[in-house]
Design a binder for this molecule. Sequence first.
Ligand SMILES: NC(=O)c1ccc[n+]([C@@H]2O[C@H](COP(=O)([O-])OP(=O)(O)OC[C@H]3O[C@@H](n4cnc5c(N)ncnc54)[C@H](O)[C@@H]3O)[C@@H](O)[C@H]2O)c1
Length: 272
Amino acid sequence: MSAALWDEDLGRRPASRLEGKVAIVTGAGSSGPGYGTGKAAAVLFAREGAAVVLFDADREAAEQTRQIIADEGGQAAVVVGDITTEDAAQAAVQAASSQFGGLHILDNNVGIVTRGDVTTTTPDDWRAILDINLLGMVNMSRFAVPEMAKGGGGSIINVSSISPRRPYSATPYSVSKGAVDTLTAAMAIDHGAQGIRVNGIAPGPLMTPRAAARQTEEQRALRRKSSPLGIEGSGFDIAWAAVYLASDEARYVTGAVLTVDGGVSVQGHRYR
Ligand SMILES: NC(=O)c1ccc[n+]([C@@H]2O[C@H](COP(=O)([O-])OP(=O)(O)OC[C@H]3O[C@@H](n4cnc5c(N)ncnc54)[C@H](O)[C@@H]3O)[C@@H](O)[C@H]2O)c1
């Protein structure tokens, strides 16, 4: 008998929100001490019961995340590679299926930032950022979708930014993330019938290790002022949103881009 849509089980919280699921997180390391969005997501996914493939170009960074998860009794495996290469994407999906028995979650987290406008960005720089920020997600999804479909479905999360709506002085980045949001909507339609939900997260300014290395105290104060809450975001704020979108709690959520920005995009002030 199929469950009614008011079945009480739909409102019951499982002991672990991702129990029995297998995830790939791209950029699961961090570009310095602390937690970026990918490392935070990998650690929270494991705490919520998922087995996690930690995919990163930097072995040492991914190993640090694996150690944190292992110390907490979680399950994780490292795959080293670049999200833009077919072999590496295939290796990550293969690791999920051979080591953990399938694939349910892909957190397409890697993204790079370049500053500039159309007069200062060279065609090669445009190609490089679109290659990583857009085509990297396409490449990972290309191999992840068939594996998820085999198991009856899954959840893909494309990490975007509020920058398509607030495109300040980083035109190639903003354009690449705008394309990511369109990719999210198109993939949600293309793969819904396979049971695959595809959503995005649009973070506001975060104090991740990458940002910490660049921001002055003055810039950080400006960032805080740009939020009605008066605070900066962290990698964990994005990771909790990813846990929700990855879990069955979000069974009716697809094609959405969840803004996690402390209200920056609804307030007028610039943050740079
Ligand atoms: N930090 C922010 O303020 C902020 C704001 C909005 C959106 N975002 C988005 O969040 C995501 C993560 O940002 P972050 O600052 O946490 O990341 P990060 O710079 O800490 O990088 C995370 C990891 O990605 C790996 N990586 C980079 N390029 C790779 C590639 N081609 N293949 C495989 N691994 C690669 C790095 O080795 C690193 O370990 C990005 O998509 C970014 O656009 C960040």
